[in-house]
Design a binder for this molecule. Structure first.
Ligand code: THU
Length: 146
C-alpha cells in the first residue's frame, strides 16, 4: 500500500544503496570466511555522515565467528560514534538472496542504531530489503527499568 512513510523509506534507501553498496561490496571482498565461504560486508552511516565498514571474520572455533554487521558497528563505536548516532546500516552478501541479519546482530543494532535508522540488505540478485531496528527485533532485551 502506498503511503508517504513508504515513499520516504524507499527514496532514502535508494540513495543510500547507490552510495553504500559499492563500499559494502569492497568490504565483503575482505571477509575471512574459509569455513562457510559466505562473504558479507556492512557499512554504517554515523554522525557527520561518517562511514564505517565491517566484514565477517570466522574462526576454526566456529562459535567465535563475527558477523559483518556487528563488526561494522564495533568499528563505528571504536571510532567515536555513540548510541543512537548511526542512522543507517547496509549489509551485502555475495551470491546470496538478500540475507536477513541474525538474532545477535538484531539485538546489537536495536541498542546502538538510531530508533528510525534504516537497515538495508542487498544482494546481486534480489530486491533490497529494508527494515528499522524495531521491525527487525520488536521488544528487544534492555536493562532500562520502566
Ligand atoms: N553472517 C554475517 O556476517 N551476517 C549475517 O547477518 C549472517 C551471517 C556471516 C557469519 C558467517 O561467517 C557466515 O555469514 C555464514 O553464517
Amino acid at each position: 500500500m502506498w503511503s508517504w512513510g513508504h515513499y520516504w523509506v524507499m527514496n532514502n534507501s535508494q540513495k543510500l544503496i547507490e552510495r553504500l553498496l559499492p563500499l559494502a561490496r569492497d568490504a565483503s571482498a575482505r571477509a575471512y570466511s574459509p569455513y562457510s565461504g559466505v562473504r558479507v560486508g556492512a557499512v554504517t552511516v554515523g554522525a557527520d555522515d561518517t562511514l564505517h565498514l565491517g566484514c565477517n571474520v570466522e574462526n576454526a572455533s566456529y562459535g567465535l565467528t563475527q558477523c559483518a554487521e556487528r563488526n561494522a558497528l564495533a568499528t563505528a563505536i571504536a571510532a567515536g560514534q555513540t548510541k543512537g548516532s548511526i542512522s543507517a546500516l547496509l549489509v551485502y552478501a555475495t551470491g546470496f538472496e538478500s540475507l536477513t541479519p541474525c538474532g545477535a546482530c538484531r539485538q546489537v543494532m536495536s541498542e546502538l542504531l538510531a530508533k528510525d535508522a534504516l537497515v538495508i540488505s542487498c544482494s546481486d540478485s534480489q530486491q533490497p530489503k529494508v527494515w528499522t531496528p524495531e521491525t527487525l527485533l520488536p521488544d528487544p532485551f534492555t536493562l532500562d527499568r520502566k
